[in-house]
Design a protein around this ligand. Structure first.
Ligand code: SF4
Length: 666
């Protein structure tokens, strides 16, 4: 059977190149191919089984309008013209009566495709003068720290980990969120590499690691600063490298000096000998690479913690050799200018932080009157879930949801618009770990009347008189606009056009501080940049203590699982949720596996089954992210108890600062 090439644009670092086998319009098989070498011919189970999502019973296939009460999820099918006319009329009315800022687009990483986000959607909302959305749910603190220190210098490519003799996985669980690094790590270990995992849970790789540290959430900063202090105190800091290639060295040293190994071990709740062993390994093993994941940033100290972790390879002098340095999830090599597809500069309207959409829907002044939600399931994914729910239930709020399946948010829509999946439309995608750019091509006929984002937002621009001559229209024109505006344009554009995939111009495995340099004017590493220092409430590298207390002593964290990508594919998850807690915490509460429990705080309450296991450290309970209301007994998820407080840098989410009490539910 012939196969069709395409690529995966989902919110995952691996950016797989795909090969689809299709017969009579049905997906027979989807697997990885080798055009992106990292894919190596295999993909994750969730996308391999995507046929059940694309062609499943819960797919939205026709536009519809609400006929029941808000949140009830009863709709009547209408034509696209009727639906779009109604949406356009409500947008126009909102602008005329309340001003453009009364409109709020709510979108996030349901697709990382460059034609599916920040393209024609941005064109519409920018020209309407809508409120702007700060998309800080994930990566904002990491991005701020990374950019501040290194100006987005490309990271160590995952395949280059084969050269490393010490691999540190810090706050990342590749078994769930980046499976293609696992064979590379395993090969490196077979060749003698040591693996250290820092994670409050015993993840699959932590189980196999030579050393596993399980810190209390929010204390990674203490550990990283203690390692830095140790390097300086023992004469292992690479002073020669630092004087030639870094600024802010003494400021960093002075801030780290407060954190001895014993103090950091006590604060983080890890055995001191384990931290000493980590320090000895990182001081003496070369090449050493740190893979810093998103788990580090999701707390009040997240930005400073990422900065301190990224400072480590500079202090220790790990750069300049293959397999030495660091990788962030977003350390891209190829820069693309996605704004060229929008062709509409952002207005200076008010900015609303995505983490505080619940607050905005219930308290913003002037109020939000129209929400258009796409690439996103805010009721499942945003913190302070009960406030988001109250906002979506407002009778005076007109809500449009443009999605592929009937999500929890979609049930609150006034108008539902059916969206195509990436197997049904054109797109352009770049990996944020894999460092390639690829064309996404439709390989399946469209289900029902579903439409791609570019088409719907273009149609709304036309209806509202907002389209302009010269706008790139349609996928090919938008791809050309993006490639034409790209810094590395010629080689990338040619390769994307001819091969459908482009590698970075400087090679796919650049060595940090040899082939690639900090993207600052002085090409140096800024270890204590003034802007970050001014932004962080306690100053850069300033530690803010745990927000818990006697009434809510347990840290609830909500890490990704291998079943969903955030909440995408949540409808395919049939098992009820389990709250995982350590035997010590369960025993003092009289809780056993299988008991119905409630985790609660002043924000909300989530009820589900308990599972008692020592895979999580004492004092921490785990309820996965990506759950929908159907997965718990009371329809709430971990986000019902997650605060909408922001990280020290970048205005990011502090999901892992949720502090709860857990009791047996009666
Ligand atoms: S989600 Fe990640 S691992 Fe799965 S197919 Fe897409 S890029 Fe590959």
């Amino acid at each position: 059977m012939p196969t069709l090439p395409t690529a995966c644009p989902l919110d995952c670092p691996d950016a797989c190149s795909l090969s689809a086998t299709v017969e009579d319009g049905r997906l027979v098989r989807l697997d990885g191919d080798h055009r992106n070498p990292l894919t190596a011919g295999f993909i994750c189970a969730k996308v391999r089984e995507i046929g059940g999502h694309v062609q499943g019973a819960e797919r939205l296939r026709h536009p519809a309008i609400r006929v029941g009460a808000k949140g009830e999820g009863r709709f009547a099918t209408v034509s696209w013209d009727e639906a779009l006319d109604q949406v356009a009329a409500r947008l126009r009315e909102a602008v005329d009566q309340h001003g453009g800022e009364s409109i709020l687009p709510v979108c996030y990483g349901g697709s990382n495709g460059l034609l599916t986000q920040d393209a024609t959607d941005a064109r519409l909302f920018h020209r309407l003068g809508a409120s702007r959305l700060a998309k800080t749910l994930c990566a904002a603190p990491s991005g701020r720290a990374y950019e501040g220190l290194y100006g987005r210098m490309p990271g160590v490519a995952l395949p280059a980990y084969r050269h490393a003799r010490l691999i540190v996985l810090w706050g990342v669980n590749p078994s769930a969120t980046g499976i293609h690094s696992i064979p590379v790590i395993k090969r490196a270990r077979s060749a003698g590499a040591t693996l250290v995992v820092v994670d409050p849970r015993r993840t699959p790789l932590a189980q196999q690691a030579d050393l596993h540290l399980a810190p209390r959430p929010g204390t990674d900063l203490c550990l990283a600063l203690a390692l830095i202090e140790h390097l300086f105190a023992t004469g292992r800091a690479d002073r020669e490298f630092l004087s030639e290639h870094a600024t802010g060295v003494e400021a960093l040293r002075e801030r780290a000096s407060a954190w001895s190994l014993p103090r950091a071990a006590a604060e983080a709740g890890v055995p001191q000998p384990d931290l000493e062993r980590f320090a000895a390994l990182y001081s003496s093993t070369r090449p050493a690479v740190i893979r810093c994941g998103w788990g580090v940033e999701r707390n009040r100290n997240g930005g400073s913690a990422v900065a301190a972790i990224l400072a480590l390879p500079a202090v220790a002098g790990c750069f300049g050799v293959p397999g030495g340095g660091f990788t962030m999830s977003n350390s891209r090599t190829i820069r693309l200018d996605g704004d060229a597809a929008a062709a509409a500069p952002a207005p200076s309207t008010r900015e609303i932080n995505l983490n505080r959409v619940g607050r905005a829907l219930t308290e913003a002044d002037p109020p939000i009157h129209v929400v258009l939600s796409y690439n996103c399931n805010p009721l499942s994914t945003l913190p302070d879930q009960e406030r988001v729910r109250r906002g979506l239930l407002r009778e005076d709020l007109f809500t449009v949801v443009f999605d592929q399946v009937m999500t929890d948010t979609a049930r609150h829509a006034d108008v539902l618009l059916p969206a195509t999946t990436f197997l049904e439309h054109d797109d352009l995608t770049r990996g944020y770990g894999a460092m390639v750019v690829q064309r996404v091509r439709p390989v399946l006929p469209t289900e029902g009347e579903a439409r791609p984002n570019w088409m719907v937002f273009e149609a709304l621009c036309d209806r509202l008189g907002l389209s302009e001559p010269g706008d790139p229209r349609g996928p090919d024109a938008m791809v050309e606009a993006i490639l034409g505006a790209t810094e590395d344009a010629r080689s990338i554009a040619d390769a994307v056009r001819t091969e459908g995939v482009a590698q970075p111009p400087g090679g796919s495995e650049p060595v940090q501080m040899r082939d690639v340099w900090p993207r600052h004017a002085d090409r140096r590493i800024h270890l204590c940049p003034e802007a970050l220092d001014a932004e962080a409430p306690a100053g850069l590298y300033g530690y803010q203590p745990d927000p818990g207390g006697p009434s809510h002593p347990l840290a609830l964290i909500s890490p990704a699982t291998r079943h969903t990508i955030s909440s995408t594919f949540g409808q395919r998850l049939r098992q009820p949720a389990e709250l995982v807690m350590h035997p010590q915490d369960a025993s003092v509460r009289g809780i056993a596996s299988g008991d119905e429990v409630a985790a609660f705080n002043e924000l909300g309450r989530v009820e589900c089954r308990a599972r008692v296991s020592d895979e999580v450290r004492p004092g921490v309970v785990v309820l996965p992210k990506g759950l929908w209301s159907r997965h718990t007994s009371n329809g709430a998820t971990a986000n019902a108890v997650a605060p909408d407080a922001l990280t020290d840098l970048g205005g990011g989410a502090t999901f892992n600062d949720a502090r709860v009490q857990v009791v047996r539910a009666t």
